[in-house]
Design a protein around this ligand. Sequence first.
Ligand code: PMP
Length: 286
Amino acid sequence: MKVWLDGQLVDEGDACLSVFDHGVLYGDGVFEGIRAYGRKVFQCQAHIDRLFDSAKEIRLAIPYTKQELIEVTYETLAANDITDGYVRLVVTRGAGTLGLSPFKCPTPAVYIIADQIALYPPEMYEKGMAVIIAKTLRTSASMLKPSIKSLNYLNNILAKIEAIDAGVAEAIMLNAKGNVSECTGDNIFIVKDSGLLTPPAEAGILLGITRAVVLKLAGRLGLPVAEQNIRTEDLYEADECFLTGTAAEVISVTKIDGRTVGGGQPGPITQKLLESFRKFIRSDEA
Ligand code: PMP
């Protein structure tokens, strides 16, 4: 595998970071997870824009232009002969001293991995997945904004461990007000009385690019959509539930905390959106 690192394509084994990189020492950096479908980078501009927004929030100056990063993303896909795959674009704070100050790290490290990803097994997409509600709360925006896609994922990882301990693949995270925010690596939607509900930005979420596509597709399908706070009881009473994310794409949730959601199978609206999403990713608009 070829990895693009700081300006060049190198063999995977030669793609090395300093042990003094603050990305490693402190999770100080930002990243994007991006899909490629049919050699096209899905929602490319949206991902690059979010990367630069995240970097700006943490006062990290990316040493490339947006256009340069788009070009090298395509180069990395081509170097690995990937038609349909997954790209991980990472910008770390770079090597510094053994203190927290990011201002002692003169040069950010930038690297791109192009590979495959299968987050959940194929049968989960057919039958739906079980999730739990984690005890670990999502960090409040006043602590670390969930809208920043930073390398600091321990909050999510601790909730993911709860899910794995409970024998399920994902966990729903609540915010400090007890409202639903998102899952450890996906956004969440519920269907109630044929309308779609998803937590708003203020609930403390990563503004998912898949979420935005699904909201657009739902609008086109004429489905009523509301970005509003969701409580635990709304989850338990939902007719349908599904998750969205770059790696997950669109996946039905059929069990929450051991309780069956709706009819216990992927519901009709989830299926309609999934079908519409699958068409969209192969379209000129992708
Ligand atoms: N929330 C979190 C915490 C995530 O890490 C992700 C991405 N894996 C998402 C939501 C979904 O965002 P996107 O659709 O942009 O991949």
